[in-house]
Design a protein around this ligand. Sequence first.
Ligand code: S3P
Length: 439
Amino acid sequence: MGFSLTGPVTHIKGVLTLPGDKSIAHRAIIISALCRGKTKIENFPASKDCLYTLSVFKKLGIRIDLRFSREIVVYGKGLRGLDKPAGPIFVGESGTTLRLLLGVFSGQDFKVKLITARSLSRRPMLRVTLPLRMMGAQISANGDPQKEEYPPITIRGGRLEPITYNIPVASAQVKSAILLAGLFSRAKTTVFEPVATRDHTERMLKLFKADIKVKGNKIVIAGDKDLSSPGRVYIPGDISSASFFIVLANILPDAEITIRRVGINPSRTGIIKVLKRMGADIRCARDKSPVSKFEPMADITARSSLLKGVIVEKREIPSLIDELPILMVAASLAKGETVFKGVGELRVKETDRIRSMSENLRRMGVPIRIIKNARSEDIVIKGVKELKGTRVKSFSDHRTAMSMIVAGLKAQGATSIDDISCIDKSFPDFLSILKKLIR
Ligand code: S3P
């Protein structure tokens, strides 16, 4: 589905609530399913990726009722309660579903084949298959287990050995796969992270009374212990989805928006910290309700701002990894240069986002340099006064598509995007919410 718009738009205003955080939603389903009893999940997002996780657990014999548009109820069957699925499991383009499920399947006494849609079949999996094999899972995949592996993946699990593992890449998906596998191990599993990544799995496991301890970059989980449901989980609004509206408010001349109950887990708020450093007018009013204890939430208000270039350090990248495309748009309109250091992981997201965003923004007139160094890459963006409307491409990537719509709203003239159907992956309501704000 192509899309075009004519800019610039100067004014947006509104108050909104967003569907729940995609990362937290995956974990809420998985952990509720592994826990005996009923868990109500509120503010569940109907994004394609989360619906894949939901449909997989139905195929594994878990009853899941859809109550209202944003509420589901999971009837978990305990750690050993999953049924062998009737055939291969398809996870579409959802990398989180696939990698986290590999952790769960490592503990199951059956064989299952996981197949994916096209772009996920090109994303690296050795980072997960390697530690899970060390724990005892039998896994075969496309590619070479000495070099790199890709889906489809066949896995047969069982009772696992505990491991102590230094994760070589900063990846919450890898960490989470090992922790979930750790639930099925006969003793304690320990992981060390190179840099802190989103800790939603740890928080959710604690909420379900798993025996998990976190100290600095070390996480220890004890296996073979039944989980216990809190009964109800509220999923905060998705900060990754919110970031498109926050940046839009910051770059337009007459803008003010408030987004209610957004997740502000410190491992995810890199976008807010960096935008504030750039001079953005963003205020967060902490939510004090009890549900906020498990994952902190805030009402976020963003207004028109004059942005300036900043340096974003490598250690900050995991806390804003999914927001880099929209931050690149903000940097394109900031005064001076912005440097994003150590962003190599962007090459292996839904698409190569260094390429997708730099090609598109260059077409809009933004000077961008990519500097390759020994272990990663830096992006240097020189801000411009005005973006030029032009033809750009989504590269079938939801975050590239939404970032380029935001850029197009600030650009002079017409911007067209080849295909924006990919937006459904994380944020099917994006355009309808945007239209209401602009009206
Ligand atoms: C995610 C972790 C990140 C992120 C992805 C969701 C998660 O990926 O980019 O969109 O839910 O754990 P990596 O673990 O590959 O860094």
